[in-house]
Design a protein around this ligand. Structure first.
Ligand code: GDU
Length: 624
């Protein structure tokens, strides 16, 4: 039997075979181990992990499994900055802090930071959008999409979900089309010849990698050149079964260490080790934009936020929206330490309340007189300036401050309900920055910039009234609302919404208006393409799919779809009336419907529509 004694007491010397003396099952199997596996075994014993070998039988039994055990240990060791020994040591420390109830923000006082507050459509916004588009050819985009989406409970990958079901285009298609539209628009503004291809990185995990690649390949990368896209797969990290950071074995396979995701913070170490950052620097990149898997409104906010980064010279710019107290998004907070240090950082939603209570705010995470939390809500869209980012990563190699969140069985905090692991978040990157770093945020209206799809219908229906649902239902309806409000601001008459309830969630139903990113990348584009006295009724759906489509005194009451190639200049005018598409309720438990539909709680009955297709170059005026 392996001893439970601490490594020091085992007298592990590392010389000869003595080091394995205290772990008989391992010692008996040493002959099977390659030299590097011997080193890994020593590392494990040194770190108090002899229990991992406790059940190993004599050589000849399960040898393949023993080899694959070491393959896994090798992977775990090489994918963590500092290796597995560091992981276990960090875990021991964080678990001890957690047991002691240590507050990670000890000594810090929170206050509301200052940042840029933008108003959609005003002169400042339009001019920032222009600066942002100009800068976009120096940008690289990074999508973190390794998460399982456990809260949503959807079986596929989240980026394959339709962003809205009027066109059915999935999130990934929308993101790629938006990046390509930025690329084109930015190149047009360049004085010299510009052939830039904006790089696009997707971080996947074992849970999402194959499906993400398959989605890209089976759709010809949605029009992006495959060489523009880099997939970086994050590895999971070892689970921990107790406060001594003993690694947990997989309950279904005793030759496997149980693993769980380490969090989106892995993206920094992966980018660093990929060599892409240096490559980007040498090709005149200045900005790295990070974003998450299901925010269908995000690209409404990118141009102006990039404009803020460029004009304010922010090293780190976090996109934010007004936050409702207790909403599951972190609060951007200025923290001032008793020793005078300050930093502007995301305080995660589960930590904001205890931090506030501990620092003289008895109500904790509460709304103020604006009916919002005074702390801007972090939507985890970060814009980092590449040069300073590389310099910082040279020091840290991308390691991000970690945390552990064990669920204890009782107040003695000695055992866990289930294994835990260390985690890290990409927005914690600024924690190691020097005080001279320029860290800020850009706040925009929620309707414009933020509508994630995270919660399953049952949980969404339980969200306190007035707080956002963050569901497939609200995510889709938010797109129609945003597009309707943008068109209104551009001068069109868009009918008011009606209120309806889908999957137990009361939402505003606006006319179903969508357009391709090439049509309305920034507000100025939209304004330049909508003229006259155009109007859209509440029951209407309007799909604008093409670059040069002008809406000129159109009156729509029904469904109109306009598709045009870039070389066709189309003017859509006149009165369109048809039976259109009606909205039908779908129960989320109705398994006769596809999961993508069930989770949003509605589908369209496509009764009648007018579809106009322009496939020839030239000018086309259509009295629709
Ligand atoms: O190991 C992981 C875990 C997650 N993700 C990705 O990270 C993103 C964010 O994951 P979640 O949606 O689960 O994140 P949370 O809702 O827990 O919270 C995050 O997103 C919120 C806004 O949507 C707030 O900004 C919050 O502060 C931030 O931590 C997703 O694209 C997900 O695919 C990974 O790539 N790897």
């Amino acid at each position: 039997m392996a001893s439970d004694a601490a490594p020091a007491a085992l007298g592990i010397s590392g010389a000869g075979d003595d080091w394995a003396e205290a772990c008989t099952p391992l010692r008996r199997n040493l002959q099977l181990l390659a030299p590097d596996e011997v080193e890994l075994a020593k590392l494990l014993l040194n770190e108090g992990q002899s229990h991992l070998f406790e059940h190993w039988l004599e050589p000849g039994v399960d040898d393949d499994k023993k080899r694959s055990f070491f393959d896994q240990v090798r992977r775990l060791n090489s994918s963590y900055p500092g290796g597995l020994a560091s992981y276990i040591q960090n875990a021991r420390k964080l678990l001890a802090d957690s047991k002691a109830g240590k507050n990670p923000y000890d000594g810090f006082t929170p206050s509301v930071p200052s940042g840029e507050i933008l108003t959609f459509g005003d002169d400042n916004f339009v001019s920032l959008e222009e600066s942002g588009v100009k800068e976009a050819r120096h940008a690289a985009f990074v999508l973190v999409a390794g998460g399982l989406g456990e809260r949503l409970g959807y079986k596929g990958i989240k980026v394959a979900l339709p962003r809205e079901t009027t066109t059915g285009k999935c999130f990934l298609q929308h993101y790629i089309e938006s990046i390509l539209a930025l690329q084109d628009a930015s190149c047009k503004l360049a004085e010299d010849k510009c052939h830039t291809k904006i790089p696009f990185v997707i971080m996947t995990s074992d849970d999402t990698n194959a499906l993400t690649i398959n989605l890209l390949e089976s759709n010809s990368y949605f029009g992006m050149e495959p060489s523009q896209v880099n997939i970086l797969k994050q590895e999971k990290v070892a689970c921990l079964s107790d406060n001594d950071a003993r690694l947990a074995l997989d309950p279904n396979d005793k030759y496997k260490i149980q693993t769980k995701p380490h969090g989106h913070g892995d993206v920094h170490a992966l980018l660093y080790s990929s060599g892409l950052l240096e490559q980007w620097k040498s090709t005149d990149r200045k900005w790295v934009l990070f974003f998450q898997d299901t925010n269908g409104l995000l690209f409404n906010a990118i141009p102006s936020a990039l404009g803020v980064s460029a004009t304010k010279g922010y090293n780190v710019n976090s996109l934010a929206v007004p936050r409702k107290a207790k909403e599951a998004i972190g609060g951007i907070t200025k923290l001032t330490h008793v020793d005078g240090r300050t930093m502007v950082i995301n305080v995660e939603y589960n930590q904001l309340d205890p931090l506030l209570r501990a620092t003289g705010h008895p109500d904790g995470d509460a709304n103020c007189e604006t009916f919002y939390s005074p702390y801007p809500g972090n939507i985890n869209q970060l814009i980092l300036e590449l040069g300073p980012y590389i310099e910082e990563l040279k020091k840290t190699h991308g390691a991000i401050s970690e945390f552990v969140n064990p669920k204890y069985t009782d107040s003695t905090k000695t055992t866990f309900k289930s294994s835990t692991r260390l985690e890290c978040m990409m927005q914690d990157y600024p924690k190691t920055l020097p005080p001279s770093a320029k860290v800020g945020f850009t706040l925009m209206d929620t309707w414009l910039a933020y509508a994630p799809v995270k919660n399953n219908p049952e949980d969404a229906a339980k969200v306190p009234k007035g707080n956002p649902y963050h569901s497939a239902t609200s995510g889709e309806m938010a797109i129609y609302k945003a597009n309707s409000l943008i068109l209104r601001k551009a001068g069109a008459q868009i009918a008011d919404p009606v209120i309806d309830t889908f999957n137990g969630q009361e939402v505003e139903v606006w006319p179903r208006i969508t357009w391709s990113p090439r049509w309305g990348l920034v507000f100025k584009d939209v304004k330049g393409k909508v003229h006259g006295n155009s109007s859209v009724s509440q029951r209407s759906a309007l799909v604008i799919n093409g670059k040069n489509i002008a809406v000129e005194g159109l009156s729509l009451d029904g469904t109109l779809i306009v598709n045009a190639i870039d070389e066709a200049e189309v003017e859509v005018t006149g009165h369109v009336e048809n039976k259109g598409w009606t909205i039908q309720h779908v129960d989320h438990k109705d398994t006769s419907e596809k999961e993508e539909i069930r989770i949003r709680g509605f589908k369209f009955d496509k009764v009648e529509q007018l579809e106009l297709n322009y496939t020839e170059p030239g000018q086309h005026s259509t009295k629709a």
